[in-house]
Write a protein of this length. Structure first.
Length: 766
């Protein structure tokens, strides 16, 4: 029997007595001689992926057992790089510019550790896989040839382009160039232009550059658009056959004001014995998007939809995402339904999954639903009188489910997001903090409940699926986090196994405090990233034993996978063993790739927001604003403005009145002569000094005040965080603020978000 990739890697890591030949490994796994070519191909794939290495004598080993490191290299604009080892918990490996062996930013490499310790260094010995095939840059004409200067400073070599390969681009335009040769032996990279985006500063060119930089596909190929044209505009009668007819059920959709792709509709009714029955109807994208078709192949490449403040790069063409699959009101729509029955206490006691046809009655928004829930006499309650009682019933159930989720320790990170208000031309006219109301929580709880129910159903049947996993944080990182929060006077348990509830208790303790945002950010960085995996390993952040994504197949390909698998699973004969093995093998390849797609999409979204913030602030240079210090580091401190939800840096070099030193224990910058001190929570007045749209950076300088800055919650001149003085003289209780020192932290995390901890796009749906 052929072993899986995971079985081979696990054996090489934990059990192999020494590096082994292919024959020895084949005998170890009892692979028949007739399967030898296939087994060798599997080993070769593992070597290509960096999960195994082939050393002298044709022997195979796990990289970590022969002094090698496999990881993605991140370059610095000054020419050196670091090999990422976060997954193993080890510090990143420094690689000098003379030890790169031609590696570029994003390449997957094998490196030899030359120096160990807290700051290890090494050299690249092999490039496993190039991480970059295309680069965004600006054309610079040089007579008989052209150079493309990368916008991303981590690519520090210009790309040579022959004039015949410019694709019509002219000097100064932004382009995407496809690399045809990588740097080697002193020769620069070369390429051909595949996208002409326009001039820097043009909103379409800038948006396209951001998307393509993060490998977000911006245009649908003609073959995909032609394939999409074949779909009907209305649901055909033949497609309804064999489905449960729920068109009599008053489903509603609840989304953001600008949403167009409505992929879920909900309804709650009373059941027997006081129970409540929740139906979550999800657009049946899998009915239309058939594996192997042009639309499906493109969706698989994209992996997810990407949302910018002024546009969307959808996973599916609009004919599907905004029309045939979107659960618009008063139109027949095909769905997959998760029907769940809950007890009076909010415990799920039964579930059923089936294809159905529905006809939603209203397209509601979060704000409308929140007003109905808050005020039974509001105008919206009259307009939507036919569903108002149902909405209150939904909130009652959502509250019960939410309470049970909190009881088990699920973490709700409080990390505010920016809402960009655009004018008719697409330029930002205001930036505010995005607010969440009861309607957001209602939908969030229902989506989590449906995702958990489907995951549990598939797991119980032993069916592989793209489960959404969030593993426990590494012990070393947890210890670092404990030290960090101790400096603010906080503590979490130090005995026994750490639970999600320990983190949630800290979130609640810090709520509303000046240091809350930074502690939440560092806590998130302490966690591992949530990813897709073909085996269910649980979700630490949600304190959930079973979790996956079922609720958004219009905008997430893993959800589309889940729908296809669920349809097979609910058939009378279920899924045959051989098919399960095929699914497992396929998902072992696709899950990591789809996780990468998600990370790229999120990075593009973050940069797009940063770009719009820079656009908004660009004409305000020289103006004064009041703000609060949100983070302190060796190089300066970050200030969030009161007037706008915008953050910028006060670099330490701009503080001309003194020499400032970073105090790691108290997390402050303090002047050595005047003792002027900057700490988290200080309210200070700043001047907007500089806006660099190309680097997405905003810089402030500080006005020299006549006295020390005043904290939100401390008196002038105070050196303590609120509550520290009262805590003196007694030992702090678990989770309580103690008489603490204060410690540093950096700024913002990079995903996982665990994006499940807050709603993904448009403030919803985990």
């Amino acid at each position: 029997m052929m072993p899986s990739r995971e079985e081979i890697v696990s054996f090489l890591l934990d059990s192999a007595p020494s590096p082994m030949t292919a024959l020895e490994l084949r005998e170890r796994f009892s692979v028949a001689e007739t399967e030898a070519p296939r087994f060798l191909a599997l080993l070769s794939e593992l070597v290509t992926e960096g999960r195994a290495v082939e050393i002298k004598g044709g022997r195979y080993a796990h990289p970590s057992r022969v002094g090698l490191v496999v990881g993605r290299i991140s370059m610095h604009r000054d020419g050196f790089g670091f090999v990422d080892r976060r997954e193993s918990g080890a510090p990143d490996l420094f690689v000098g510019n003379r030890e790169l062996a031609g590696a570029m930013h994003g390449d997957m490499v094998i490196a030899r550790v030359e120096k160990s310790g807290p700051k290890p260094s090494g050299s690249v010995i092999r490039i496993l896989k190039r991480g970059t095939e295309r680069i965004i840059g600006k054309v610079r004409m040089r007579g008989k040839y052209a150079l493309v200067a990368p916008l991303d400073e981590r690519f520090n070599e210009n790309v040579y382009v022959h004039l015949d390969d410019l694709g019509g681009a002219v000097d100064g335009q932004l382009v995407q160039v496809e690399l045809t040769a990588y740097p080697s032996q002193g020769e620069p990279p070369a390429g051909i232009v595949v996208h002409v985006l326009g001039y820097q500063g043009d909103k379409d060119a800038e948006a396209g550059a951001i998307a393509l930089k993060h490998k977000v596909r911006i245009d649908f190929p003609d073959t995909v658009l032609r394939d999409a044209e074949k779909f009907p505009r209305k649901v055909a009668a033949a497609d309804i056959s064999g489905r449960e007819d729920l068109r009599f059920v008053p489903f509603v959709t609840i989304d953001g004001e600008k949403a167009k792709d409505f992929d879920d509709a909900v309804h709650v009714e009373e059941g027997p014995g006081g129970s409540l029955i929740l139906r979550v109807a999800i657009a049946d994208v899998s009915h239309y998007v058939v594996p192997g078709t042009p639309v499906d192949s493109e969706a698989l490449l994209r992996g997810t939809s990407t949302y910018f403040p002024d546009r969307v790069f959808p996973m599916l063409p609009e004919a599907l995402s905004n029309n045939l699959c979107s659960l618009v009101p008063r139109e027949d729509r095909l769905t997959m339904v998760a029907q769940m029955e809950f007890t009076k206490g909010g415990r799920r006691k039964a579930q059923r999954f089936f294809p159905a046809v529905i006809r939603s009655v209203h397209r509601l928004t979060y704000n409308k639903v929140a007003r109905i829930l808050d005020d039974p006499d509001c105008e919206e309650a009259t307009v939507y009188a036919d569903v108002a009682d149902g909405l209150h019933r939904m909130w009652s159930l959502a509250s019960l489910i939410r309470a049970r989720r909190k009881e088990r320790g699920s973490i709700d990170f409080d990390l505010p997001e920016a809402e960009i208000i655009l004018d008719i031309s697409g330029r930002p006219e205001d930036i505010v903090r995005s607010e969440r109301n009861r309607a957001h929580y209602l939908i969030e709880e229902f989506m989590i409940a449906a995702n958990e129910a489907v995951a549990e159903f598939l797991e119980d049947k032993g069916i592989p699926a793209p489960f959404r996993i969030h593993e426990e944080p590494d012990a070393g990182k947890v210890e670092e986090f404990k030290k960090f929060i101790h400096n603010f006077g906080y503590f979490i348990r130090t005995e026994g196994k750490l639970k999600p509830g320990d983190f949630q208790a800290l979130v609640e303790k810090t709520e509303g405090k000046p240091e809350a945002r930074m502690i939440n950010q560092v806590m998130l960085r302490t966690m591992k990233k949530a990813v897709y995996h073909y085996e269910n390993l649980g979700h630490f952040g949600l304190a959930s034993t079973h979790y996956l994504h079922f609720t958004s197949p219009i905008r997430r390909y893993p959800d589309l996978f889940v729908h296809r698998i669920l349809k097979m699973a609910i058939k009378p004969k279920g899924i045959p063993k051989k098919k399960k093995e095929e699914l497992r093998e396929m998902l072992s390849v696709e899950c990591p790739r789809l996780s990468d797609c998600e990370r790229g999409s999120e990075a593009a979204e973050r940069e797009a927001v940063a770009w719009k913030k820079c656009q908004f602030m660009a004409d305000k240079v020289g103006e004064r604003y009041w703000g609060f210090v949100t983070g302190v580091a060796t190089f300066g401190f970050f200030v969030e403005l009161e007037q706008y939800f915008v953050e910028g840096l006060v670099h330490v070099s701009s503080l001309k009145d003194d020499f400032y030193h970073y105090n790691e224990e108290q997390q402050t910058l303090m002047g050595e002569r005047g003792r002027r001190t900057f700490r988290i929570g200080d309210r200070i007045e700043v001047i907007l000094e500089r806006v660099d749209e190309s680097r997405r950076q905003i810089d402030f300088t500080v006005l020299p005040p006549p006295e020390l800055p005043v904290s939100r919650e401390t008196k002038p001149g105070s050196r303590e965080f609120p509550g520290q003085r009262e805590a003196r003289g007694r030992k702090p209780k678990e989770g309580e603020r103690g008489p603490g020192e204060q410690k540093p932290r950096e700024q913002k995390p990079g995903e996982p978000k665990a994006r499940e901890q807050r709603g993904r796009r448009r403030g919803k749906k985990r």
